[in-house]
Ligand binder design. Structure first.
Ligand SMILES: Nc1nc2c(ncn2[C@@H]2O[C@H](COP(=O)(O)OP(=O)(O)OP(=O)(O)O)[C@@H](O)[C@H]2O)c(=O)[nH]1
Length: 402
């Protein structure tokens, strides 16, 4: 073996050892890098999961505590809006489907006066006492003296009632005459539903305690939500603390924020002002303000409602004032209605509790006496038992099913 061969051989051995060392070092480094990368990925996944859990918990608690926003020295707070989010929110029934359902409900209600009239008028021979019964039926149903007299006179002059009669034509005639009394030719649409309505459109709810004002404000918010509108509710009935809680519950079911005061007896105008600011800021389609409207004296009532209206109008114009009237209170309700109409000026009537009343005739008398149309009717305690008033459906309902 030559010196050269020895050296080369020697060099090859050293080179092989060095190569093996390099490979081993590279393998160790590679394994270390792979383990480190896997560990890093696992940590990132865990951090992601924790962050998602934290975000979810945060959103839930935000929804529950309504994210109170303090203002005016901590007196007025407004619940955080959940509008737009569909989490746990109800889908209120559309107006068209309500009208159909409520007509059926009216037809099933006990003794609607149209049915009673039809039963008398289809008798073979009508005696004087039958005509007295017709008039009594109308008066008992709160149609009002003037309208009752007018209707009886027209019926007595109609050959379809006094001559040879066919029940179908008596029914058609009665339907036509009742419709004439119910229809006033006035527009029953809420201003907020009209094309080009102000944004926000403001509706102030007024009426005596217990007529269903707060409930109607909540139901009305649902009706607008069903039409795809955004709503803010203002709980300016600060006289009864539970009214604001009640309104908050209605709002939370459909994602409508409620501006309210924490303090019973707080200034209702201040709550109304805050609510109008919020509705304007959020560019809501609607602001619905619930009021207390105690009737201890007319001057107080005028002061309170007038102030609410004035402060809201510093922010946005008030388009609509709806008087909520309990259909079961009859003529007594009519006296209250006149006081409210004088105190604030009303643009429409909501007749509640028609389901529990055979006095549907109040629709006719209230429109005549106040000169404003019935725009909505309440026919039950269900959340969607409030519908736009439709004269045809109403008359068909009180005439009962054929
Ligand atoms: N049957 C029936 N009950 C109704 C209707 N509307 C409201 N009510 C009920 O009437 C009661 C009084 O309703 P509220 O909304 O608290 O009356 P309110 O006028 O706001 O009374 P205050 O808050 O005291 O001013 C509640 O039990 C409602 O469920 C209706 O159309 N039909």
């Amino acid at each position: 073996m030559s010196v050269r061969d020895f050296t080369l051989e020697g060099m090859n051995t050293y080179a092989i050892i060095a190569l093996i060392c390099v490979v081993v070092v590279l393998a160790v480094l590679g394994i270390w890098w792979l383990v480190a990368r896997r560990r890093k990925r696992r940590i990132e996944e865990q951090v992601g999961q924790v962050a998602a859990q934290v975000a979810q918990a945060g959103a839930t608690s935000a929804g529950q505590d309504a994210g109170a926003q303090e203002s005016q020295g901590g007196k007025v707070r407004s619940g955080r809006s959940e509008q737009g989010s569909t989490r746990n929110l109800e889908s209120p029934e559309s107006s068209d489907s309500r009208i159909v359902r409520l007509r059926a409900k009216l037809a099933k209600s006990p003794n609607p006066f149209g049915k009673a009239l039809f039963a008398i008028l289809t008798k073979d021979h009508l005696s004087e006492s039958d005509w007295e019964d017709v008039e009594d039926t109308l008066l008992r149903a709160d149609v009002g003296a003037e309208a009752s007299e007018q209707l009886v006179d027209e019926l007595r002059a109609d050959a379809r009632v006094t001559g040879e009669k066919d029940p179908q034509s008596v029914r058609a005639m009665l339907r036509e005459k009742l419709l004439d009394l119910v229809e006033t030719g006035q527009d029953r649409s809420l201003l907020a539903s009209m094309p080009g309505a102000a944004k926000p459109s403001v509706i102030i709810m007024v009426g005596v305690n217990g007529t269903g004002k707060t409930t109607t404000a909540g139901k009305l918010a649902r009706l607008f939500v069903a039409d795809g509108k955004t709503v803010v509710l203002g709980a300016a009935d600060t006289f009864r603390a539970a009214a604001a809680d009640q309104l908050e519950t209605w709002g939370s079911r459909v994602g409508v924020p409620v501006v309210r005061s924490e303090r019973e007896g707080a200034d209702p105008a201040s709550v109304a002002f805050e609510a109008s600011s919020r509705a304007k800021e959020e560019q809501a389609d609607l602001l619905i303000v619930d009021t207390a409207g105690r009737l201890q004296n007319k001057a107080n009532l005028m002061d309170e409602l007038g102030k609410i209206r004035r402060v809201v109008e510093k922010n946005v114009p008030v388009g609509e004032v709806l008087l909520v009237l309990d259909a079961t209170t009859g003529q007594n309700g009519m006296i209250q209605a006149k006081v409210f109409a004088q105190a604030i000026g009303i643009t429409g009537i909501v007749l509640t509790k028609l389901d529990g009343s055979a006095k549907g005739g109040i629709v006719i008398s209230v429109q005549r006496e106040l000169g404003v149309p019935v725009k909505l009717v309440g026919l039950g305690e269900g959340p969607d038992d409030l519908a736009p008033f439709n004269p045809q459906s109403f008359v068909d309902g009180i005439l009962g099913d054929e």
